[in-house]
Design a protein around this ligand. Structure first.
Ligand SMILES: [Zn+2]
Length: 285
């Protein structure tokens, strides 16, 4: 699943491509993805005036003051393909024949901006697109999302308070979008490694020193991943369809049975909150 760094990478890429271009055509190939009525009608003739992100949710600010919300969930991709002078999407576009690394097999929605097309691909079809007004957008971003790690809202006071009286595992805590927004399986494991905390520890048993480490680790890990344009494990591609390069920087995630880069013990993988969870038995207590 694309997490905060991957969604942020897509946001930055698309910003350069689709801002201020009038939407010419919208093609819905799979109705399951689109969660609002009059979707096509509302988008045609409209323009995207800004792109925001809340956790893993992309928020496209429309010219008419409505918002297009896009969540990629498990396998969603949002890819922009520019058109050449003759109006074809670069890569020999014919809607069936595209360049090698791009297939329209799982394309669910296509938005044509004149200068190029934005493809929403989603193999598993858990992602969605939805148009909402100001009030509903505010409700969603305040009710469904906790503190946002790379913003001024992520303060020590607020972070420290989150740990009060919670009895879940730290892994479940970090994955809960209503507590901290944007971490998924990869960066939750990496944050625990960075702070030296075993992912199955109970939140209320984590001491102040460890909470302080976690507070520093979370933004540090996310920023480095953004710098590397995200991690491609299965299906993530950026707004241009390219893979992220953060994979080689991961310390525990996806490294089961490999040697820890810090202490040389073998990385372990366990099942926690239904997710494959990686940690180093040497570095994490
Ligand atoms: Zn280690």
């Amino acid at each position: 699943m694309p997490e905060l760094p991957e969604v942020e990478t897509i946001k930055r890429d698309l910003f350069k491509r689709i801002l201020n271009h009038k939407i010419r055509l919208v093609e819905i190939r799979d109705k399951k993805i689109v969660k609002s009525n009059n979707f096509v009608k509302k988008l045609i003739g409209n323009e995207i005036k800004g792109i925001e992100r809340r956790g893993k949710l992309l928020i496209f600010v429309l010219k008419n003051k409505e918002y297009l919300l896009v969540h990629l969930k498990m396998t969603g991709q949002l890819m922009f393909k520019a058109k050449n002078k003759s109006g074809n999407v670069i890569g020999g576009h014919s809607l069936t024949k595209m360049e090698d690394n791009f297939s329209e097999k799982f394309t669910r929605v296509v938005i044509d901006f004149g200068v190029g097309k934005l493809f929403f691909n989603d193999m598993r079809r858990f992602g969605y697109m939805k148009i909402v007004g100001e009030e509903e957008k505010e409700k969603i971003i305040t009710k469904d999302f906790g503190i946002e790690p790379l913003t001024p809202d992520f303060t020590w006071d607020k972070f420290n308070k989150l740990f009060n009286k919670r009895t879940t595992s730290i892994k479940a805590f970090l994955l809960n979008q209503k507590i901290i927004a944007g971490l998924g399986n990869i960066y939750a494991d990496e944050a625990c490694f960075c702070a030296g905390i075993k992912p199955d520890r109970q939140v209320n048993n984590i001491n102040l020193e460890e909470i302080k480490k976690l507070f520093k680790c979370i933004p540090k890990i996310l920023q480095l991943a953004i710098k590397n344009r995200g991690t491609t494990f299965n299906s993530f591609v950026d707004g241009d369809g390219q893979k992220g390069s953060h994979f080689n920087f991961l310390k525990v995630y996806g490294r089961h049975k490999e040697k820890c880069k810090r202490c040389s013990e073998k990385i372990k993988k366990i099942r926690l909150v239904g997710r494959g969870t990686h940690f180093c038995p040497g570095c994490q207590k």
